[in-house]
Design a protein around this ligand. Structure first.
Ligand SMILES: [Zn+2]
Length: 299
C-alpha cells in the first residue's frame, strides 16, 4: 500500500488539533491548549474522544466544559494500542505546560505530529530512539531556509530576565504574559526574588489549574506584576513613572531595550531556525510537511 493511501486512511480515523466535522469512530488528539490548536472545539463539544496530556485534560474539563468521559489522558513515553494496526506514543513538546508531540504507528508506517514544540535534549533523544520516520507534520513557525529567525536558548533568556529583575528588586517589576506559556520565566524570577507574582483575575484561570504556588491575587504582598501583552500599550510606556521596570518575553527574534525601564527578551516556545534544521537532520529522510507554512519542507 502506498504512503499516500495510508495517510488518506489515517486521516479518516485520526484528527490532530482539529475538532470540526467529527465522525463515528474517529479519535481526536489535542497537542496543547493554545486556542489556535482547538478549531471546532466549543464548550460542551461531544463528537468523540480526545487524547491529550493530564494537564491539557484538566484545561478541557475545567475551562472548555468538556465531559470527563470524552477526555482520555495519555502518559508520556508509553505506547498505547488503540485498534488494529494503530498505536501511538507521546512526548513532552517543551512548549506551553501540558504540550505533547504524538508519534503514531499505522499500517507499519510511522507518522510524527510535533504540535508546537521547541527542540531540547530530551526530545532529540526520543526522536533518535524512534527513528526512522515515514511522514512528519512539524511546527515550522520560525523556520526559514536563510536561518534569519534565530534567537538564544530559553535558559539564557530566563537568566537575562532574572538578572534584570534582581538589579531592580526595589522597583515595581512588570512582566508580559499569555494566559498559557512563559511560566518557566515567571517561576525563575519569583524564586530569585523570593517573592510571589501578582496575576490579574481574568488571566489566572490556567495558573490556578496548574496549582502554581508562586502566583498570587494579592497585589499588596508583592512588587512583581504579570499582565497580558496588550496591557503594555505605547501610552503606558510614556506615562508611567520611573520606579518600575518592564520585561516583555516576546516569543520571537527581537531583543532590545527602549531604555533602562523596558526590556524585550526573545523568549520563545518554538524552535529557532537553527534548532529546526537540527530537527530536520534527525527526522530525515521522512517526508516533512510544515504545519505553519503549509509546505512540504523536505524529503
Ligand atoms: Zn502553541
Amino acid at each position: 500500500m502506498t504512503l499516500e493511501k495510508i495517510l488518506s486512511d489515517f486521516k479518516k480515523i485520526v484528527s490532530v488539533d482539529a475538532f470540526s466535522g467529527g465522525r463515528d469512530g474517529k479519535v481526536f488528539f489535542l497537542s496543547h491548549y493554545h486556542s489556535d490548536h482547538r478549531p471546532g472545539l466549543y464548550e460542551g463539544w461531544n463528537k468523540g474522544q480526545i487524547v491529550c496530556s493530564d494537564l491539557t485534560g484538566k484545561f478541557l474539563r475545567k475551562l472548555c466544559k468538556i465531559n470527563g468521559e470524552s477526555v482520555l489522558t495519555a502518559d508520556e513515553n508509553c505506547w498505547y494500542d488503540c485498534f488494529s494496526d494503530f498505536e501511538f506514543c507521546t512526548h513532552d513538546a517543551n512548549h506551553c505546560p501540558g504540550a505533547y508531540m504524538f508519534l503514531f504507528k499505522y499500517k507499519h508506517k510511522k507518522i510524527l505530529h510535533t504540535g508546537d514544540f521547541r527542540l531540547n535534549k530530551s526530545i532529540e533523544k526520543w526522536l533518535i530512539q524512534n527513528k526512522p520516520y515515514d511522514y512528519v507534520i512539524a511546527d515550522d513557525t520560525y523556520y526559514s531556509a536563510k536561518g534569519i529567525y534565530d534567537f538564544p536558548s530559553q535558559e539564557s533568556c530566563i537568566k537575562k530576565a532574572v538578572r534584570i529583575a534582581c538589579a531592580n528588586k526595589d522597583k515595581e517589576i512588570f512582566i508580559g504574559i499569555y494566559t498559557l506559556g512563559k511560566e518557566k520565566l515567571l517561576c525563575a524570577v519569583s524564586e530569585a526574588l523570593s517573592c510571589p507574582i501578582y496575576v490579574p483575575d481574568k488571566m489566572r484561570k490556567c495558573f490556578k489549574i496548574q496549582d502554581l504556588k508562586y502566583i498570587t491575587s494579592d497585589k499588596k504582598i508583592t512588587n512583581i506584576y504579570a499582565y497580558g501583552m496588550g496591557y503594555f500599550s505605547s501610552e503606558w510606556f510614556f506615562f508611567n513613572p520611573d520606579n518600575h521596570v518592564v520585561i516583555i518575553p516576546t516569543g520571537w527574534q527581537g531583543t532590545f531595550s527602549y531604555n533602562e525601564h523596558y526590556h524585550y527578551i526573545p523568549y520563545s516556545e518554538h524552535c529557532s531556525s537553527n534548532e529546526f534544521k537540527r530537527f530536520l537532520d534527525i527526522v530525515l529522510p521522512a517526508y516533512v510537511y510544515g504545519h505553519v507554512s503549509k509546505l512540504m519542507l523536505a524529503r
